[in-house]
Design a protein around this ligand. Structure first.
Ligand code: HEM
Ligand code: HEM
Length: 463
């Protein structure tokens, strides 16, 4: 608590900016998301320990703990994204959201349904759907919150007329896709292929299309305000990024389809279109590199946001695009499917590219109107370093464990138990990496909480 207080007091208020109520609410979305992220590290550490110390006493069986962990992995970025989209759409359009009241209700509903999903899973009430375990009615509830967001955002865009910007449109379209892709997951399918396909619309298309659009909109808005890139240049990239994300995202889902029972043509479509996903990421890296050479950031707040965005870009290229491409190759996937390599890719891609960018947005929003002190800045840099080092150790250990599994178990046909003994040291290494990651997670939460406390006392732009 003392540390949190010192991080909070250390931030200094700066120049006032215009005040919009939607931007004020977006803070509570971001703070809640950061809290759920901190909770996730604790749940995850227990799960990782359970894999290396069998029969570890736990009130929740491993499969339900895993389901809660996966639920957290989807839900805190979702809640943060809702807040980020309200914040940056308002900032881009320079006007209040259509209904701030609806935005506030949406938050409470989203929180209630999210906590109900975790609560029921902790009570062992679920339906066994990986990534979307839990009562379908609760997911319908989440859809209702997304529907509120979509309505609120579309009404705002309509009211803005010619002032609408590409970043605002891209983020809104991302929210529309989040809703449309989750909706089919609220009903029961007796056909297992239909059930798996709709699951991948969330596991794959949420991440590689819908969140890609909301994150690209945020990065564009951040680059423009911080002077890393000029609006015309960013907007050109944004159009291309958005078109690629939608086209490549939709068809590259095919790399999952063949393995769940779709015709073989999907294997070719999925693999070839997956190649295209690398292009917009490469362009973003190029633009960032050019911008960083030209612009020198002086604000520590912007520098920290940039560190988080750069971390995300790194994993976007490595853990998501390159590793994703490797495991997409049909002859590789045949052996590596469902091994720890997938888990390595899932952590590097989901937290690496999406988690970091969402945390960048949350930090930027929560610290608005203040600058970190050198102590607060150092603490935040340590947190980012711990998260990165922890993630790289975790990801590498999982990739080695998964490669051994693929070779010894799938290729040579050794028994599952023999292979488990061989990979155990790498799972212990994952626990060590996870511990560093969890430390970074808790420290970053402290930084975000400190920023929130400090700026709570000086709401930006309020007369
Ligand atoms: C302290 C850090 C973490 C640890 C120790 C950890 C540990 C685990 C464990 C034990 C599992 C289940 C078994 C396995 O697949 O290995 C798992 C699965 C998973 N975790 Fe984490 N996790 C951490 C952080 C995160 C974060 C921050 C995210 C994303 C926001 C995440 C996303 C996932 C996903 C998507 C899976 C499923 C992987 C698959 O499909 O095989 N994890 N994690
Ligand atoms: C932000 C980007 C990405 C995220 C967040 C992400 C996340 C995930 C997650 C969570 C899984 C585990 C699914 C499961 O266990 O059923 C997965 C699997 C997979 N991903 Fe990605 N991914 C991303 C990008 C990519 C890209 C760009 C490619 C290909 C170029 C790709 C190819 C694959 C493949 C082939 C699998 C299935 C692995 C298996 O068969 O076990 N991913 N991804």
């Amino acid at each position: 608590m003392k540390l949190l207080r010192s991080l909070a007091l250390a931030a200094r208020p700066v120049q006032p900016e215009p005040h919009f109520r939607a931007q004020q609410f977006s803070r509570i979305y971001c703070l809640t998301a950061a809290g759920l992220f901190a909770l996730q590290a604790i749940v995850a550490m227990l799960g990782a320990l359970d894999l290396v110390i069998p029969d570890l006493p736990s009130p929740i069986p491993f499969e339900y703990g895993r389901a809660i962990h996966l639920g957290l992995a989807e839900m805190w970025p979702l809640i943060a994204t809702m807040g980020m989209v309200y914040f940056f759409v308002t900032a881009e359009l320079k006007r209040e959201i259509y209904s701030p009241r609806l935005a506030r209700w949406q938050f409470w509903l989203a929180l209630a349904f999210t906590l109900s999903i975790y609560g029921t899973l902790a009570l062992r009430i679920g339906n066994g759907r990986e990534f979307l375990d839990g009562l379908p009615v609760l997911y319908l509830g989440l859809c209702s919150t997304l529907a509120v967001a979509v309505y609120n955002l579309l009404r705002t865009l309509l009211a803005s007329g010619k002032q609408v910007t590409p970043a605002a449109v891209t983020m809104t379209v991302g929210m529309v896709f989040l809703l449309l892709l989750l909706l089919p997951n609220t009903i029961h399918y007796s056909n297992p292929i239909a059930d798996e396909a709709t699951k991948f619309w969330v596991v794959h298309l949420w991440e590689e299309m819908a969140f890609e659009l909301t994150s690209a909109g945020f990065i564009a808005a951040f680059f423009i305000t911080s002077g890393i890139a000029v609006r015309s240049q960013v907007e050109k990239w944004l159009y291309l990024e958005a078109s690629f994300a939608v086209a490549a995202g939709l068809y590259s889902t095919g790399h999952h389809y063949y393995w769940i029972g779709f015709p073989a043509i999907w294997l070719a479509i999925g693999s070839l279109v997956s190649l295209l996903q690398v292009i917009p990421v490469g362009m973003l890296v190029h633009m960032t590199y050019k911008g960083l050479k030209a612009a020198k950031l002086t604000s520590k707040r912007e520098k920290l946001t940039l560190w988080l965005v750069l971390s995300s870009l790194f994993y976007h290229v490595t853990g998501a695009s390159l590793l994703g491409l490797l495991i997409t190759v049909p002859w590789v996937n045949l052996y590596m499917h469902g091994t720890y390599v997938t888990s390595g890719h899932a952590h590097l891609a989901l937290f690496g590219s999406l988690g970091f960018v969402v945390l960048a947005g949350c930090y930027y929003i929560l610290s608005r109107g203040s600058e970190p002190s050198s102590r607060g800045y150092k603490a935040a840099v340590v947190a980012v370093v711990l998260l990165n080092v922890g993630l790289v150790i975790m990801g590498s250990a999982l990739i080695v464990a998964g490669t051994l599994q693929s070779y010894l178990w799938r290729f040579l046909g050794n028994s599952f138990m023999q292979v488990s003994a061989v990979i155990n040291p790498y799972l212990i290494l994952r626990v060590l990496g996870g511990s560093l990651f969890a430390l970074g997670d808790l420290l970053l939460f402290g930084v975000l909480f400190g920023a929130w406390r400090q700026t709570k006392a000086h709401p930006v732009g309020k007369p």
